[in-house]
Design a protein around this ligand. Structure first.
Ligand code: NAD
Length: 413
């Protein structure tokens, strides 16, 4: 069983006890609504065929269509997808958007594939999950190692099968086919919004605060730029190959340029090398994990020196580590709140697609900021009222809203 799934279940049990959730609903929430596993045969460039395993999990559709990203990674497995789908369910509820929760993934190292192989695999995966997805059923989006190009292929595959263009089938797609302004940077922008809210609550001035970011992908890379532009001092970043550190501050746009063609920022000149483990324990003010699950664990939580942890990634902190950080007085803005800016703007994209009426970037960003600030405020006030961690408060709000949907809908038949 993957740690992510155990973490997700552990969080659910803790929140259910805190909320005094009725046992019948807890039983419902312990399992996904439905699971699809698919075999994806792909013609490789050398003429051979390879078969990849893919998944799509609908955790809940109680509050609206299932919604969640698609991950391509060699470690993808059903338990991980289930955990990510459960977190999506609480996340859409915490920010109050009318979706359930889903996730998908293919067990593959996409770095090993040519562009043609990647496209054929994506189109075949999309075809295999086709009966499961749809603008009113389940709306996929990008996650680790997937991007707007891949969303474009999925939109096209779905549309060709239907015989007409269906932009609302995925979010995070290119602007030319119904993408939204501001979707690319939305998760990172939301991370900055909640970081500022948390710092204000802690009475810390943001100017010059030192930020360390693990993961320099779509979320971490753009977050580095935004933090830098907002006056923070981004002292360290890392990716799958390692990290770099400069106490005087790194220049995110120079890092972006360095990454082009290399696929990594490791060995970036003008900075010291540092490992991912060292980055997590770095002397800094704000630590932003923006890579994968299970990074802050029982093994390193007592060495984290940051004053604040903001979870841009899903599931980066294990439950045991979460309690250690709490006992050390280090607040954690939890994933289901901190990185919800992405799904919020995905929701805006879907709304724009359905209405065939598109908003300006300023409108998108301003509405996302409102949603995130309001969600943060709700979570903060519940946490303060009961003197509990932000995570427990966020879970209680998210799970509570899904529970309400079940209660008013009743049980069929
Ligand atoms: P991405 O594929 O664009 O980037 C992932 C980054 O993590 C890359 O820089 C990669 O090199 C790095 N990485 C991979 N393995 C690592 C390791 N072992 N140690 C350190 N770094 C490692 O993915 P992304 O979309 O930026 O997603 C990052 C995290 O944010 C994931 O947890 C994802 O679920 C979460 N998230 C993404 C979005 C979104 O809109 N893309 C929204 C919400 C949450």
């Amino acid at each position: 069983m993957s740690n992510a799934w155990l973490s997700a279940l552990d969080q659910l049990e803790e929140a259910a006890a805190f909320m005094k959730l009725e046992p019948a609903l807890l039983e419902v929430f312990r399992s996904p609504k439905r699971i699809l596993q698919v075999a994806i045969p792909v013609r490789m460039d050398d003429g051979d065929m390879e078969v990849f395993t893919g998944y799509r999990v609908h955790y809940s559709i109680a509050r609206g269509p299932a919604k969640g990203g698609i991950r391509y990674h060699p470690d993808v497995n059903l338990d991980e997808v289930k955990a990510l789908a459960m977190w999506m369910t609480w996340k859409t509820a915490v920010v109050g958007i009318p979706y359930g929760g889903a996730k998908g993934g293919v067990q593959v190292d996409p770095r090993r594939l040519s562009d043609g192989e990647l496209e054929r695999m994506t189109r075949r995966y999309a075809s295999e999950i086709l009966p499961f997805i749809g603008p009113e059923k389940d709306v996929p989006a990008p996650d680790v190692n997937t991007d707007e190009r891949i969303m474009g292929w999925i939109m096209d595959t779905y549309s060709v099968n239907k015989g007409y263009s269906v932009p609302g089938i995925v979010t995070g797609k290119p602007l030319a086919i119904g993408g939204s302004m501001g979707r690319g940077g939305a998760t990172s922008r939301g991370v900055l919004v909640v970081t500022n809210s948390a710092l204000k609550q802690m009475g810390l001035q943001q100017d010059g605060l030192r930020v360390a970011i693990q993961g320099f992908g779509k979320v971490g890379g753009f977050a580095a730029q935004l933090f830098h532009d907002a006056g923070f001092n981004v002292v360290a970043v890392s990716d799958y190959k390692g990290g770099v550190y400069n106490p005087r501050g790194l220049n995110p746009s120079a890092l972006m340029r360095y990454k082009e063609g290399r696929d990594t920022i490791a060995d970036f000149p003008g900075a010291d090398a540092l490992s991912n483990e060292e980055l997590l324990e770095l002397d800094c003010d704000v630590l932003v994990p923006a890579a994968l699950e299970d990074q802050i664990t029982e093994a390193n939580a007592d060495r984290v020196k940051a004053k604040l942890v903001v979870e841009a990634a899903n599931g980066p902190t294990t439950p045991a580590a979460d309690h250690i950080l709490d006992s050390r007085g280090i607040p954690v803005v939890p994933d289901i709140l901190a990185n919800a800016g992405g799904v919020t703007v995905s929701y805006f994209e879907w709304v724009q697609d359905i209405q065939a009426y598109f908003w300006t970037e300023d409108e998108v960003n301003a509405r996302m900021r409102d949603v995130m600030q309001k969600a943060y405020e709700n979570v903060r006030s519940l946490a303060e009222e009961h003197q509990v961690r932000l995570r427990l408060a966020a879970l209680a709000i998210g799970i509570g809203r899904v529970a309400d949907a079940h209660r008013v809908r009743g049980l069929y038949p």
